[in-house]
Design a protein around this ligand. Sequence first.
Ligand SMILES: *[C@@H]1O[C@H](CO)[C@@H](O)[C@H](O)[C@H]1NC(C)=O
Ligand SMILES: *[C@@H]1O[C@H](CO)[C@@H](O)[C@H](O)[C@H]1NC(C)=O
Ligand SMILES: *[C@@H]1O[C@H](CO)[C@@H](O)[C@H](O)[C@H]1NC(C)=O
Length: 236
Amino acid sequence: MLFSPVVSLLLASLVPTVYSQQLSMSAAQAAIVGTWSSGSKHVMTGPNFANPLNLTFNYPATTGISYSFTTDNNYEIARYRFTGNGSEPTCITGVIGWSHGTYQFNANGSMSLMPLRDGFQQIQDPCAPVSNFIEDYMITLEYYQMWQIFQDPTTGLKLHLFAYDGSPLSPMFQVSTTPNMLPTQQLRNVSNPDASPTSSANTNQRRSESGAVGKSWFGAMGTSSLLVMALASLML
Ligand SMILES: *[C@@H]1O[C@H](CO)[C@@H](O)[C@H](O)[C@H]1NC(C)=O
Ligand SMILES: *[C@@H]1O[C@H](CO)[C@@H](O)[C@H](O)[C@H]1NC(C)=O
Ligand SMILES: *[C@@H]1O[C@H](CO)[C@@H](O)[C@H](O)[C@H]1NC(C)=O
């Protein structure tokens, strides 16, 4: 009762060596291949999470993150998260996102993920002028300052990723040594110049036949809110 679950989770992620044994870098580079998922493991990469062709998601039962890595440097990420707003406690923003691309291990222990352009995310923000919309995932590089894999005596292999600013992501547990992923090539065309939004009030429907998100969204939202969203999605 001393610590909230969040604090306990954070502490657990900060002192894993007390309970677990860290894999060497070379062992970790081999062991990262497969599928990983945080918490209750309801969020999982692969065909049950996102449908890039029609820009839909199958909402998992609980929030979380999932990463998959292949031996030939492809990766996929599935994320589902609610974020609070300190100044507006009732404004809980939900972000669900999917992306994939290629990754590389850097010599200094960091990892770089280069997303293809077909990633997408759905934002639900009850307090925003537009409360529910789908947008392209426009990040071109996801940089992880550090990553580690631990062999935990009770939970097995555990992956710790640290964001560009060093903050830890929720630890992920190995779900499968075979990566469970959608096909690794670009799965939809995102640069269709004919893509234009309809005037439908249902923002969910604002996408072209090709599946490309209407460009005018980005104009209407403005750069600052885009940045906030991009950051919000990165923090997942
Ligand atoms: C989107 O595609 C998936 C997979 O083909 C399908 O199961 C789902 O019904 C589709 N959803 C919509 C809204 O078209
Ligand atoms: C919090 O809500 C206020 C009022 O709606 C908004 O101006 C602000 O941008 C929000 N902050 C975040 C981090 O979403
Ligand atoms: C680590 O290496 C990556 C890739 O070369 C580089 O972008 C990053 O700046 C390096 N980080 C530090 C702290 O040197």
